[in-house]
Write a protein that binds this ligand. Structure first.
Ligand code: ATP
Ligand code: MG
Length: 409
C-alpha cells in the first residue's frame, strides 16, 4: 500500500516535467529509492538510426551513451520485449563487463524491463542494478513494471509536447517566411509601378525641357554678360540633372552599372553646393562649404551620381531644419578615404527610425517617396564607399560619406 502511494506520488511528479532529459533524470532519481537499488538507467530507442541511447545513470558522467539497438542486455530487451532478471551477470553471455572495468563498479544483479507506450510499442528500456543487500524478487519485478509503465507514458507525453512545440515553431517560421515573401512581392510591385509610371512621364517631362534649350539662345545673345552666363549655366546644369534623375527613376527597378572616372571632389562639391543654393527649400537657410586647404581630392567616381547623393543629403537636411538655420558641407580625410559630411541643426532622427531611414519607401514627409537614402546607399556602395550618420533629436544630424582615395602618382 505504501509503495502504491509512493508510485502515485512519483507519477504526479513525472507528469509535470516536460523536458525529456530532465524527465529521465527524475525517473532515475526516483527509481533508486523506490526499487531500493544502487544504480538505474533509462535507454531510449532512436528508431531512424536503430540505436539505443541513454543520458546515463546516477553516479556516472552525464554523457550520452549510444550503441546498436541489438547489443547487450538492454538491446535484447529492446528488440524482444522480454523481461530479464540476472543474478550472476559475469556469467551471462549478454553482459558487457567493460563498463564495470572502466568505472570500478561491480554489478551483482540486474533487472531489465521494456518501456512500452500506451499502444504497447517499445520505446526504450528501464534497467536497475544491484538490489541493496539482496537480489531482485518477484515483487521487485512487479514494482519495476509499474514504474516502467508510468515512466514510459511520461516520456511519450514529453516527446509529444516537444514535437508539438517543434511543429509550432516550424509553422511560425513558415508563416514568417511567407510574410517576408509577400512583403518582397509588394515591394517589387511598387518598384515596377514606379518604373512604368516614370517612363510614362519622363518622356513628357523631357519634351517640356526642350523649352530650356532657349537658354542657349540667351547665352548667344549676351556673350559678354557674365551674370547671364553664370545663371544660365546653372539652368543648364539643372536641366541635365533633371534628365539624369528621370533616367535614374526609370531604371530604379533594374540594377545598372555606370562609368566612373578619376575626378576631383573639391570642385564637384563646390558645383553641387552652388546648385543647391538655388533650391527653393534652401532659400531661407545658410549653406556653408569651406573649400578644404588641400590641392585636390581624387576619387574614382561617377560625378553625376555623387552629385545626386549630395543633393539628396542636402535636401533632406533642409527639410529637417528650421528657416535661418545652417547646413554645412565638409570634406575631410583619413589615410585611405575622403570623408564628405553634411551637417544640419534640424530635428534629428529618433532612435526608433535610425535603421528604417535606409529602407525604400520609408518617409516621414507628406510628399516624400522615401527613396532618397536607399538610392544614396546603393550609389555609395557601388563606389566601394560607406554612408552612415550620427543624429540627436532636436540637435541635428550629420551624414558621412566615405569614398576611397585615388593615390596621385
Ligand atoms: N538630415 C535628416 N534629419 C532628419 N531626418 C532625416 C534626415 N535625413 C533623412 N531623414 C529621415 O529619413 C527619412 C527617409 O529619407 P529619404 O531621403 O530616404 O526619403 P524622403 O526624403 O522622405 O523622400 P525622398 O524619396 O523624396 O527623398 C525622411 O523621411 C526623414 O524622416
Ligand atoms: Mg530624401
Amino acid at each position: 500500500m505504501e509503495k502504491l502511494e509512493k508510485l502515485i506520488e512519483i507519477s504526479i511528479k513525472l507528469s509535470s516535467e516536460k523536458n525529456v532529459q530532465n524527465l529521465v533524470n527524475l525517473i532515475i532519481q526516483n527509481s533508486l529509492e523506490f526499487l531500493n537499488c544502487e544504480r538505474s538507467t533509462v535507454f531510449l530507442i532512436d528508431e531512424p538510426n536503430q540505436q539505443l541511447y541513454s543520458y546515463s545513470g546516477i553516479g556516472i558522467d552525464q554523457k550520452e551513451i549510444r550503441f546498436p539497438i541489438s547489443s547487450g542486455i538492454a538491446g535484447h530487451v529492446a528488440t524482444t520485449g522480454e523481461i530479464l532478471i540476472i543474478d550472476d551477470p559475469y556469467n551471462h553471455p549478454l553482459f558487457n563487463k567493460e563498463f564495470d572495468q572502466k568505472t570500478g563498479f561491480r554489478t551483482r544483479n540486474i533487472l531489465t524491463v521494456p518501456l512500452k507506450n500506451v499502444e504497447g510499442k517499445i520505446i526504450g528500456v528501464f534497467q536497475v542494478l544491484n538490489k541493496i543487500d539482496n537480489i531482485f524478487s518477484d515483487d521487485d519485478l512487479k514494482l519495476s513494471l509499474a514504474f516502467a509503465s508510468i515512466s514510459a507514458v511520461a516520456i511519450e507525453n514529453a516527446r509529444l509536447i516537444a514535437e508539438q512545440k517543434h511543429q509550432y515553431e516550424l509553422l511560425q517560421q513558415a508563416y514568417q517566411e511567407l510574410q517576408q515573401a509577400q512583403e518582397t512581392i509588394v515591394k517589387q510591385e511598387k518598384f515596377a509601378t514606379i518604373g512604368q509610371f516614370a517612363s510614362g512621364i519622363s518622356h513628357e517631362i523631357k519634351n517640356q525641357l526642350v523649352v530650356l534649350m532657349a537658354v542657349d539662345f540667351i547665352r548667344k545673345l549676351s556673350p559678354d554678360n557674365k551674370k547671364i552666363l553664370q545663371y544660365t549655366e546653372y539652368i543648364l546644369e539643372a536641366r541635365n540633372r533633371i534628365i539624369s534623375l528621370l533616367d535614374e527613376i526609370r531604371d530604379f527597378s533594374k540594377s545598372k552599372d555606370y562609368e566612373k572616372i578619376k575626378a576631383d571632389l573639391i570642385p564637384l562639391l563646390d558645383r553641387t553646393v552652388r546648385l543647391c543654393r538655388f533650391d527653393v527649400d534652401l532659400k531661407k537657410m545658410t549653406l556653408n562649404y569651406d573649400q578644404p586647404k588641400i590641392e585636390n581630392a581624387f576619387a574614382l567616381v561617377n560625378e553625376d551620381k555623387i552629385q545626386q547623393v549630395l543633393i539628396n543629403l542636402i535636401r533632406n537636411a533642409a527639410h529637417a531644419s528650421q528657416p535661418k538655420s545652417t547646413i554645412s558641407v565638409f570634406l575631410n580625410q583619413d589615410d585611405d578615404n575622403w570623408i564628405i559630411s553634411v551637417k544640419d541643426e534640424g530635428c534629428g532622427i529618433p532612435p526608433e527610425n535610425q535603421e528604417k531611414v535606409w529602407q525604400p519607401f520609408f518617409t516621414t514627409k507628406s510628399i516624400g517617396t522615401g527613396l532618397g537614402l536607399d538610392i544614396c546607399k546603393k550609389i555609395i556602395l557601388n563606389h566601394g564607399g560607406q554612408i552612415y550618420f550620427e543624429s540627436e533629436v532636436n540637435k541635428g544630424t550629420i551624414f558621412f560619406i566615405k569614398l576611397p582615395k585615388v593615390k596621385t602618382n
